[in-house]
Design a protein around this ligand. Sequence first.
Ligand code: BV8
Length: 229
Amino acid sequence: MTGGIFILSGAGLSAESGLKTFRAEDGLWEDHRVEDVATPEAFARDPELVQTFYNMRRAQAAQASPNAAHQALARLQADHDAPVYLVTQNVDDLLERGGARNVIHMHGALKDALCATCGHRWPAPMVMDVKDPCPSCGAPATRPDIVWFGEIPYHMDVIQAALEDSELFVSIGTSGVVYPAAGFSQMARQLGIKTMELNLEASGGRFDEVREGLASVVVPQWVDEILGR
Ligand code: BV8
């Protein structure tokens, strides 16, 4: 294989590490309506609620451990003879803690903080408070560095270039509901790239190949096949 492998991951990749997915019956959004926590309007209306929601998510992610799927993707990236682009919708850092590098967090990351006034970014404290002043401009306008609904996802130019440099597109553990991420598999098809889904249950999206199962089982199996093991 000469061209790269483009991997888009979602909440299902981290489910077996104990982090809730968004749309399962016990899903994350159930505890809070999406409109209550993951939009700029929600943050403007009730910053305390939003910071509390993300402080909870940050603590859960810190207590979680990478699972065999995160580790397999890191192994693929290290041992494969072509680029492996790890694009994730997840805001946890389990891929990095599993050994992956250059993870592209298109929806931001719990470990980063952002100043809504001057755009300064810094490592987020475990507990963020709306009164925290920005370390750079001093404004009390600190927020999680997360892409909320209605905001533009990060690194779209890098993502486009990675897709154009790949010859295999693999969607792992995502329901394919949220755009523009949900549109990447169609972009891959239009570029003539083979598409594959590894998911607990098929999302119903169009893929050349679908493998159903737990990420901790199907991802290492697939990685071993690619690495010829
Ligand atoms: C944008 C950070 C413009 C927050 C997130 C109407 C139609 C179409 C689109 C829209 C519309 N109205 C509004 C929109 C746009 C909107 C959107 O798509 N809304 C949806 C709801 C319809 N999108 C946006 O607003 C985006 N911005 O469009 O800007 C633009 C775009 C491009 C260029 C210029 C301008 C911004 C969206 C980002 C929102 N932020 N995350 C946070 O995390 O707190 S979204 C959040 O939800 C995640 O990041 C992820 O993207 C999504 C959750 O999806 P999944 O990860 O797939 O999780 P889910 O629970 O759904 O599925 C879990 C999967 O895992 C399942 O398939 C399950 O089977 C599987 N699974 C479970 N266990 C396992 C497993 N698989 C394997 N093993 C297991 N053990």
